[in-house]
Write a protein of this length. Structure first.
Length: 417
């Protein structure tokens, strides 16, 4: 890849809206992106240069990625198929193909075993909450994940064709803080130019890289409701393919600039406000503390900080409609399913009064509730009868106290005395 094309491609990637928006936040998607990109680049270098260390490091990176987020299961599967093809192309030997693909899978999965063991001991499902229909949970309070298909069919009444187009539409349009429109947008460059490159590059491995990226995007549909950041691991594959294709054209600096300019403008249109965010610059320049910055950018951080500083270390927190973001939380916790209240409904099932509800929480060893107030109130009003709402209200009046509240969240301490 030519240096100028590489520079333009990197600039385009680091300015896509999800990167600009979430670069300051502790999202597992970025750790996953790092390990997936490292795995891909190392396995590509192994294929081209033949250094076995690159192969082993790629497998290790893949395994570490598996411990960050379940989306890496999809990318790992894609990499396994990729290694099978690359090994056969490299050695023209079925025996070596089996050896290298088995070695790659073994190394990566060995690193994933501790997390699977932990999940199995806690829930009976080694990849909880995925595949709940196959691995029946031993935990009464476990929940099953919601697929992208089910989510968009239920909430937006989309047909199968619209749902299958989601991974493509994410590259062309999206809105922040609106999951119907993917909570953001990537960039059409990563669709248009890789297609062009596939037909101009004679090396078949680049077609494999291109197909691997789209295979990942399609399989993710079966895991969870798709947002733009969930598809980030496929972007480096498309970037490499597109950059190689452009390198074949021998374009001048001016023509390359004109090619990349509209796509950079696209990024700035959707994400430019994050570059001009005064708070980020104040923090980077040392004029604002980390706590102050996070309280401004993460609505739940102030309440999580309160929990860390004002609850016993053996506390166990139940999250209800709080967004499932627990990176900064320094206490044991349980969170409800995908903000639809299924776990709370299961806890409430068969309850006759507030005392029984309190006992259900005690069975879970829950000491505090961490609640997004407006969403929980709407959920209760829409899903429970007036008698059940009265029980819930009595629970909050008689079985504990609110020890923290702000405009969005509250922390409720349960009293079991």
């Amino acid at each position: 890849i030519k240096e100028n094309i590489a520079n333009f491609s990197i600039l385009l990637f680091i300015t896509i809206q999800p990167v600009l928006r979430f670069a300051y936040a502790a999202y597992a998607d970025f750790y996953l992106l790092f390990f997936a990109t490292a795995s891909f680049l190392l396995i590509k270098r192994w294929y081209e240069k033949g250094n076995r260390l690159n192969f082993l490091l790629s497998a290790v990176s893949c395994g570490l990625g598996l411990t960050t987020k379940y989306n890496m299961l999809v990318m790992a599967l894609v990499f396994y198929f990729m290694v099978i093809w690359l090994a056969y192309e490299k050695f023209k030997s079925a025996k070596k193909m089996i050896y290298y693909s088995s070695l790659y899978a073994s190394i990566s999965l060995i690193l994933f075993v501790p997390q699977m063991l932990k999940n199995y001991l806690l829930t009976g499902n080694p990849i909880y909450p995925l595949m709940g229909s196959i691995f029946r949970s031993t935990n009464d309070f476990a929940f099953e994940n919601v697929s992208h298909f089910a989510f968009r069919k239920y909430f937006y009444n989309e047909n199968i064709f619209q749902i299958l187009l989601t991974p493509l539409m994410v590259f062309f349009y999206g809105r922040e803080n609106n999951i119907q429109f993917f909570d953001g947008v990537l960039n059409p460059f990563f669709v248009i130019f890789p297609i062009f490159a596939v037909f101009t590059i004679k090396k078949r491995e680049y077609t494999i890289y291109f197909l691997a990226g789209w295979l990942y995007n399609l399989i993710v549909l079966f895991l969870e409701p798709v947002s733009a950041r969930f598809l980030l691991p496929s972007v480096p594959l498309f970037t490499i393919v597109a950059a190689h294709g452009l390198s074949k054209l021998k374009l001048s600096e001016k023509k390359l600039f004109l090619i990349f300019l509209p796509f950079i403008i696209f990024n700035l249109y959707f994400g430019g406000k994050h570059l001009t965010d005064k708070d980020k610059w104040q923090y980077l320049l040392g004029r604002m503390s980390k706590d102050e910055f996070l309280e401004r950018k993460c609505p739940d951080y102030k309440s999580i900080r309160f929990i860390n500083e004002n609850t016993p270390e053996n506390s166990k927190i139940l999250h209800l409609f709080s967004g499932q973001r627990t990176f900064y939380l320094q206490r044991d916790f349980i969170y409800d399913s995908f903000n639809d209240g299924r776990l709370f409904k299961r806890i409430f099932g068969g309850i006759k009064d507030e005392t029984e509800l309190c006992q259900k929480f005690k069975q879970m060893s829950v000491t505090h509730l961490f609640i997004r107030k407006d969403l929980f109130k709407t959920f209760v009003n829409e899903n429970f009868s007036s008698k059940e709402i009265e029980i819930i209200n009595n629970f909050f009046r008689k079985k504990g106290e609110i020890i923290f509240a702000d405009n969005f969240f509250l922390v409720f301490k349960i009293n079991y005395d």
